[in-house]
Write a protein that binds this ligand. Sequence first.
Ligand code: XMP
Length: 511
Amino acid sequence: MILIIDFGSQFNQLIARRVRENEVYCQIEPSEITIDKIKSLSPDGIILSGGPASIYEENSPSIDADIFKLGIPILGICYGMHFMIQALGGKIARPKKREYGFATLQVKDESTPSLFKDMPKSFQCWMSHGDSTEILPDNFIITASTQNTEIAAIADLKNRFFALQFHPEVEHTVNGSEMIKNFLFDVCNCKKSWSMDSFASGAIAQIKEAVGHKRVVMGLSGGVDSSVAALLIHKAIGKNLHCIFVDNGLLRKDEKKSLEKVFAANLDMNITFVDAQKKFLDALKDVTDPEKKRKAIGRLFIEVFEAEAAKIEDAKFLGQGTLYPDIIESKSAFGGPTSIIKSHHNVGGLPEKMNLKLIEPLELLFKDEVRKLGIELGLNDDMVWRQPFPGPGLAIRIMGAVTEDRLKILREADSILLEEIREAGLYRSLWQSFAVLLPVKSVGVMGDKRTYDSCIAIRAVNSKDAMTADWARLPHDLLAKISNRIINEVDGVNRVVFDITSKPPGTIEWE
Ligand code: XMP
């Protein structure tokens, strides 16, 4: 395995994905990790990530410098490079100007092993740094330079230490993935052993061992994560898994039907459908403030779920579809991008209140790996490629009060929009596409008659991880078709608009 040390870079997860794409397992750990813990993980190599700090700042992140004595190959990236150089006796300078953006790398490396194996002598890389190297520690050679940065890549072949001033993990660096690949296989001698096939058999055995003959309860949301987690747990313990699906009345059209279809192949799976539509609508009556909506839905979900779970005797575990990025963010010493803009992205509070042990079989996986695992476990394509859908459902896509009538309008409009997006072959490539019901009415004319009806906004975004997103440039013909169909087919709508806001400054959802 490869150990990635988190110095606070926004690209940590990208580094991890680049490693795992090569079928090598890796783990991101905070820089406070002890040498003993590192030894116990026995990594084949260590990557020191970049980070926003300067090595000269007070409290800048650091790791026990004894890692350089472990005999393990190390790759330092940007801040990780500065840390390595300073720890090994070199010097970092603070130029007045930051270097940011594209640069042309000139490779001077003739050595073996080399991160630049089988690459041209000159290509584009992507820089983002303030500090840079002034004096190299003993044993290091310069392996590549750019016009502004002479020491852009270095190597200490004796100790197998490598460092890059630029970011090989981002797509803007040509051959960046290859550099990481060369580090894994030529420097660290890693073997390809990380696949979803081997992961599934290992995880099933672990779940069996951890759960024994006890029971697991789990909430199904209709999304890919909880579905894959449930299938995995079901493969391990069969009927001792009890799934609960709470119909909060805020679901999209035919959602329950499609979930039933997904699990139809697993006939012996215990799934309880709880119809709590009325309860949720009552709790949301006259609530218009977005945060109040979210809180009311979260509270009620816990209440309904708990009451149902209490009926399952001998339940000792709560299954959850938590993914690796959530774990990394909650572990990061620098907080990650965690500032709370909207409350409870994941319904919290369940495990503490219910006195159940958590079982999170996907906690080491990225989304793309969860999808591969889903296919491995026989989940259909529709479910595996589902766009994310928020826990509070349509309530946060209805601006203003949530009523049955307004839910009906949004459900119909959303269903038309999704049908057309699928028909156009765009469903998979878009991160999300959905309809929003606005709290305004406007005047229109239909069949010579004046109308005064509601307005639907179309939201469609491209994103890699929902942290940032760009509004999708949907073809005009497609927009025209969606607009036409919504106005013709959905009673109560006479106007459709298209949201052209990216994130930031907007968020993906409207509330
Ligand atoms: P925002 O609107 O914050 O959304 O840009 C980012 C991503 O998170 C989803 N989202 C949620 N998911 N519970 C969830 O499970 C929530 O309360 C929630 N709020 C937003 C949103 O759909 C997008 O993918």
